[in-house]
Design a protein around this ligand. Sequence first.
Ligand code: NAD
Length: 314
Amino acid sequence: MTRRKAWRPSSKSAPANGQASNMAIIAFIGVGNMGGGMALNLVKAGHEVWAFDLSADALARVTAGGATAAGSAVDAATGADVIVTMLPAGRHVRAAYEGELFAAAQPHAVLIDCSTIDVATAKALGEAAAARGLAMVDAPVSGGTAAADAGTLTFMVGGPDAAFEQARPVLEKMGKAVIHAGGPGMGQAAKICNNMILGATMVATAEAFVLAEKLGLDAQTFFDISSKASGQSWSMTSYCPVPGPVPTSPANRDYAGGFAAALMLKDLKLACEAAQGAGASVPMGAAAEALYQLLVNNGGGGQDFSAIVKLLRG
Ligand code: NAD
């Protein structure tokens, strides 16, 4: 595909109204459940977004919203000021950058991987980019598809200071918080450590509600006490695993929507793998991983992760 139509102003050309433009040409690779909403927020911010995805349906959603479909990842990346990837796992991200994107990137471009992947791959890619003189950050997100659509994600960013500063304005168009966590891979480190707490506290919270139930303690009463006492956590007050106390929690809609148990399992596996590599002991994380594996094996992977309470009830 021929790159950049003549009518398309480049990010460096003066706009017709004479005002300074912050518009950038952005390649967005992987416009699925998360990436689709994120790419559309970049379009809404006035950027020129070239999207590529293996799925025609995913591409159709973003082109309907004003992005341009690229014929390949290289086509999207060629001539782009910013390259964003939002792909399933580390192997997809590594293949995309090592296979094509590093070679296609302009020297001034910033490369932003928003996927949740293993720390080792994120670190290796960040270092490989730096060795080529390219600016790259790992920038995984907290927040699900609703936050991706609304532009209210939290980004945890790993990479050199200069690359972070280059990525920040783009990330701010997709999120409510952009936090620099450290060097390459540290965004992923923050993400998996956070989600390991989330998985473990959800299991502990669900266990406590089941015990309360079996002891004859009313769930609402237990919530009213524990949510104001030392047992309080985000798992209890935002995603309470039993219906009633928190009307917006997925438990009230039979665990539909929310944060899928399969994704929680993915993050717990990444955390346990990273712990093994780093020589850290994570018995609570490992126990949570085993329980989520059981939930997924029992067909619960598509349910919200608070559905672990059903497994614990037996
Ligand atoms: P998804 O499967 O909906 O989207 C991934 C997209 O990547 C798909 O459309 C797929 O076709 C595309 N893809 C795969 N390989 C490709 C390639 N080589 N080139 C181009 N496109 C390719 O997944 P998602 O829910 O959007 O998640 C994306 C990432 O975000 C994952 O790493 C996930 O762990 C993370 N994440 C998801 C959530 C969530 O709630 N869904 C929350 C936080 C983080």
